[in-house]
Design a protein around this ligand. Sequence first.
Ligand code: 5AD
Ligand code: SF4
Length: 437
Amino acid sequence: MTDAKKLFIKTYGCQMNVYDSERMAETLEGYEQTDRPEDADMILLNTCHIREKAAEKVYSELGRYKNLKSEKPDLKIGVAGCVAQAEGEEIMKRQPLVDLVVGPQAYHRLPDLVKRTSNGAKALDTDFPEEDKFTRMKGRPKARRAPAAFLTVQEGCDKFCAFCVVPYTRGAEVSRPSSQVIREAQDLVERGVREVTLLGQNVNAYNGHDTGLAGLIWDLAEIDGLERIRFTTSHPNDMDDALIAAHGECSKLMPYLHLPVQSGSDRILKAMNRKHTAESYIRLIERLRDARPDLMLSGDFIVGFPGETEQDFEDTLSLVREVRYGSAYSFKYSARPGTPAAEKDDIDGAEATERLRKLQALLTEQQRAAQDAQVGNEVSVLFEKEGRQEGQMVGKSDYLHAVHVAHEDARIGQIAKVKIVESGTNSLKGEFLREIA
Ligand code: 5AD
Ligand code: SF4
């Protein structure tokens, strides 16, 4: 297609946005993607509203497109994702360059919205439509794909943690029927995918299968050629017995679990409306480790939630010491408009920054220890791409560590046993032993 228009998509935020960006690009027939905004006929920002900084980045990025738009008046600029959902028309008021705004539940209507802007009009769709966007979109393209893919199975959240915009931007929990998910997974496998990460804001609340997420995982494990299954993000209260057991019994389910706790203080957990305690979280981790002793854990933490005292913060550090995380994400609390916590007074900013620094130092130390402990082990690695150095391959271990291997026989898409020989800054180095799948 020589006269195809060019589409530049910039994706912010979570893995679901990465998946949504792929699907949005697929709905826009007649466009091919470019990684240079200056070549684009359409620029789409797929945005994140989770913290203030994430939302502000969108406006500064839009400001940069002013010259492009004056040079090329036909250039269309669109805002998608959670900022689009949360701010809607306000975006066009604040930044008149924007031609269209589309929320995360309406992006199957993107081609129509683009058409509506053809005579210079503005278009906005932030509905939560009755119809299922997944059945409305045409089939996915048949092109070959990278060996690891994301697959959205659930969207939205009914938990209403006091700090979080997700229940408002992504709406109520909705699960895709398992038959639809399995078909999409089969299709991905036919195109070279060997690992899927099942995505949902609250993925373990998945109810599109009679026996929940565990049932879906077991059905997916039946697909020949699909070798690895992961899922993210989970809420502790939705880790049911079947899902815990699957960690021990389903060999295709990888031994890595992202299970956010947010705080180690019961007082703060209550104020956050998390509906679990530090103790119940730790007991859950014990059950998971009984099922799968080598399970690598990852978490999310917020420091400086309104009312957090030094003792509350110490409780968070204690929980982290007890759990021992393989990796983790930690954030300074950011008041989000419309959430219950935003009504409360923030704690001192410098104090929150200092707590974040301390927590991150501890988490980094744990991450380092978990990575260094791999040296000498034989792990399996799915090779995903060529490394920066000539003759190198990079892949991910079962535990999601990046592993570099120098081996002529290693190919992209292959799973091999690798002996770990060195632990570097952000990745491991290994020796290729043998192909296993
Ligand atoms: N401020 C800081 N961090 C937040 N998160 C969600 N909302 C906020 C907020 N208002 C973090 C939580 C969540 C992760 C995706 O982002 O830790 O698990
Ligand atoms: Fe937000 Fe996760 Fe809490 Fe849902 S469970 S409100 S997505 S932090």
